[in-house]
Design a protein around this ligand. Structure first.
Ligand code: PEP
Ligand code: MN
Length: 337
């Protein structure tokens, strides 16, 4: 249920209403927007009669929320959420580009790519240290050493770092990571979602290969229900019957997610396409459809990349892409930061 408060509702009376609701076992998610002050009720609201709520002098209106996601629901929080990672803002009119290699491979590789992608205008550095690979015989990432190299690249270049955690046991190693990624294959690893929900750190949650948008938002709800509301959603392509691309970018997910939730939505065209030349048109589509950011794989030597070389842009190609995106972002009223 959401309760819309009257403009200029008396503070003490609002507090009294909140404590009455809390004594009924509900938790309250307050959202003070520029237009409306909303109380979102989380818990079993069956026993809360609408007539009882409406009789309260500070209440303008109340509505039941039928969707199973509450904290992530735009009805609870009509304004866009803006997530901060270091000095970078994502959401609202703030657009951010996350770029870097699929995996961290050496100190030279990560530092060189970090330098180039920052110079081109991206603000966050990605790089996988723990890699979820289909084959146990493929490169599994540099693991803890990869995290150290990312931290070193951050010191050298100044970009906050984004990297994937695959299980709860590894989380203590991620203390110095700026934005924790939960990958597509772990989107419904509920224990991992709860664990990152207990951290005070932004989370980039990628959509599962075959998950509906409601399942995706429910996974964000798992993180938020634990108290961490700094969640960024990432559409990265889904499984369809099409085989000419690695995945099919579900571009419709952006406007639909923005209607369902208030969370920022970014697009990963690299994993969606699996082909480097398709990253540019998909990135432009992402901007046009209202995404809040992009995650793009860039490698200094794609043919020799240990992972995902075919979809990785060279630093020169990334420069060219960013030059094309900048006027497009201005046209769509987004600020690159
Ligand atoms: C990645 O970003 O490195 C990755 C493995 O992506 P996904 O989880 O979307 O496959
Ligand atoms: Mn990859």
């Amino acid at each position: 249920m959401i309760i819309i408060l009257k403009r200029n509702a008396e503070e003490a009376k609002v507090r009294q209403l909140c404590s009455e609701l809390e004594s009924m076992g509900l938790s309250i998610h307050a959202s003070q927007g520029s237009d409306e002050h909303i109380l979102g009720l989380v818990g079993d609201t069956k026993a809360v009669a609408e007539s009882w709520v409406l009789a309260h002098p500070v209440v303008e209106a109340c509505r039941r929320v039928s969707e199973p996601y509450k904290k992530a629901n735009r009805k609870f929080h009509p304004e866009d959420t803006v997530v901060q990672v270091g000095d970078t803002l994502i959401g609202g009119d703030k657009f951010a580009v996350i770029a870097g290699p699929c995996s961290v491979e050496s100190p030279e590789q990560i530092t060189e790519v970090a330098r180039r992608v920052k110079a081109a205008g991206s603000s966050l550095l990605r790089g996988g240290a723990f890699k979820p690979r289909t084959s146990p015989y493929s490169f599994q990432g540099m693991r803890a050493e990869g995290l150290t190299l990312l931290e070193h690249a951050r010191e050298q270049v100044g970009s906050p770092i984004v990297t994937e955690v695959m299980n709860t046991e590894h989380l203590p190693l991620f203390e110095n990571v700026d934005l924790i990624q939960v990958g597509a294959r772990n989107m419904q690893n509920f224990e991992l979602l709860k664990a990152v929900g207990r951290m005070n750190k932004p989370v980039l949650l990628k959509r599962g290969l075959a998950n509906t948008l409601e399942e995706f938002v429910m996974s964000a709800e798992y993180i938020m229900a634990e108290g961490n509301e700094q969640v960024i959603l990432c559409e990265r392509g889904i499984r369809t019957f099409e085989t000419s691309m690695r995945n099919t970018l579900d571009i419709s997910a952006v406007p639909m997610l923005k209607r369902m939730t208030h969370l920022p939505v970014v697009i990963d065209p690299s994993h969606a396409a699996g082909i480097a030349w398709m990253v540019e048109p998909l990135a432009k589509a992402a901007v046009a459809v209202g995404a809040d950011g992009l995650m793009i794989e860039v490698h200094n030597d794609p043919p020799r990349a240990k992972c995902d070389g075919a979809q990785s842009l060279t630093p020169d190609a990334f420069d060219a892409l960013m030059e094309q995106l900048k006027p497009q972002l201005t046209f769509f009223g987004k600020t690159l930061n």
